[in-house]
Design a protein around this ligand. Sequence first.
Ligand code: ATP
Ligand code: MG
Length: 607
Amino acid sequence: MPQNPAQRSKLIDRGLKTKYAGPTAQVSPDTSLEWWRRILPVLTSHRLTFFIAISLSFVSLFFQTLIPNYLNYALTGLISHHGRSLNHDVAWIIGIGIVTGITGVISRNYVFTTAYNVEADLRSLIYEHMTWLSFSFYDRVQSGQLISRANSDIRSVQMYTTFAPLIIVQLFIGVLAFFFMLRINVELAFIAISVMPFLYLIGLRMRQVMFPISWITQARLADVATIVDENINGVRVVKSFAQENAEVNRLADASERVTWAYVKDAQLRGVWAPWIQNLPQIGLVLVLLFGGWMVYRGTLGVGAILAFNAYLLMLQAPFMMLGQLVMMGQRAKASAGRIFEILDEHSEIVEQPEASALDHVSGKVTFDHVQFEYANGTKVLEDFTAEIQPGETVALVGRTGSGKSTVARLLTRFYDVTGGAVKIDDQDIRNVTLHSLRDHVGVVMDEPFLFSVSIRDNIAYGRPEASLEEVVAAAEAANAHEFIVRLPDGYDTVVGERGYTLSGGQRQRIAIARTLLTNPPILILDDATSAIDVHVETSIYQALTSLLEHRTTLVIAHRISTISLATRVLVLENGRVAASGTHEELMATSDLYNEILSHDMTTEVSE
Ligand code: ATP
Ligand code: MG
């Protein structure tokens, strides 16, 4: 749910090949409303199916309550007029039964259609919103937990919003059944219903006892899922430290804890379920006892006892569900709260309403007294000032953790500066559209993420319409073409999850090709060649030099071979530019520069 509808349509136009309309309704942004009022628009966007579901379920249950009445009528008639044919009554009962059945099937169909549509809408709203949230949000939350939690929360809200009205229909039908019982015999009606409050109380108590256990079970299942997930994603680490046994034990522990919860659940169920199941039988016994006595005295027909039996069974469900309704409500409220936590999270990076698109960029980049600290309070930049001329290649050098990658993240507006400004062609990047900014600034990171698709599709990620020739040209510039054609399926080779079937250097080269293909006027290479050996790196930069000519390039690197490509070097220390100049100048004048380089020279020699 982006703040700006124009942004959203842009996302849809650009990123998604199939036309995705998205949910028609949004969760109300008004946080002062009750939780269900906020969800209501999503539900009312499915009002037609929902209305059909509710009304048909009402019709179905209504007809169901007529059946015992007919039974009573038929049986009493049979006994008082000997020899009276039952054909007529049987036909009626069968007819009503068929109507009940058909409406029941159709209503159930609509109930589930509505329920799953509501669920799908909520899921889309959440995921769509999450794609819009800024990096700072992902720094704060564990995204894996968030997604798994969102799933169960969506389910519990969906259950309540669609099934609560159905339970209310059931309750209403219960009242109707009681009304019919009253009409047959008032005293017996009250006797029959006398056990129901106990059924309600026991049902409520049972859920109170069982609720914490079901909660514990969910949490422990999530623990198991986390361990399994870590083991699969971290399999290389687990194996290289020979920790397989320890991991198996960890999993066994977690799994044992799940078993305990399940067994506890079964035990409690074992204790409570007989009460719930047998209490209505006591009602039946009471009906038989008092009803029989009344029949004996001639104040009641035999058919009435049969009808009462049937009505009692009908009343059982609403009374049990009443407790469930309360429980489901509490749970849905808590879940909705967590869903709102995500939906109410505003992206810190927002586009100004009057933002204009970057156009005809010459490529001048200015860092104007930039201050920056991360949300957790880590101060990174104090007073970072630098100007990079169009077409210039500048190297940014500094100790590890000095903030080089942070500078790159500020230029792409992954984060906003906390002071000063970042400008492109003298325009504050906060005043341009995000889409155009990211089209103009290409970044290659040191740990590139590849998708499990073909190499060609990975390279063409930012420009899916690019021709094979363009993809090959980009791969050649990134020195990747040679190894790609040697792969079993060449450009059609599908890479493994996160690109793990490729070497680190190969992944980096594909990432460079991916960015080059979008042809950005401003290019940032953040340790983009750190996993590539020195000789290949040199040839990449030779291939790149022609490409870098008309581009403003910021190279973050540790190796002298890379740094010497730059026309100018900026040394970052204590959040500001501590020194700048050509490589040779700095070698001659800056102790800091020499210190940083000498450290990295040693690593280079050992490679
Ligand atoms: P390296 O050479 O190791 O890549 P770097 O110069 O690129 O280092 P940055 O990644 O910019 O360093 O990090 C600068 C500082 O900011 C570090 O102290 C780091 O711990 C901190 N930092 C980085 N990313 C975050 C984040 N998302 N949230 C909070 N602090 C962060
Ligand atoms: Mg870095």
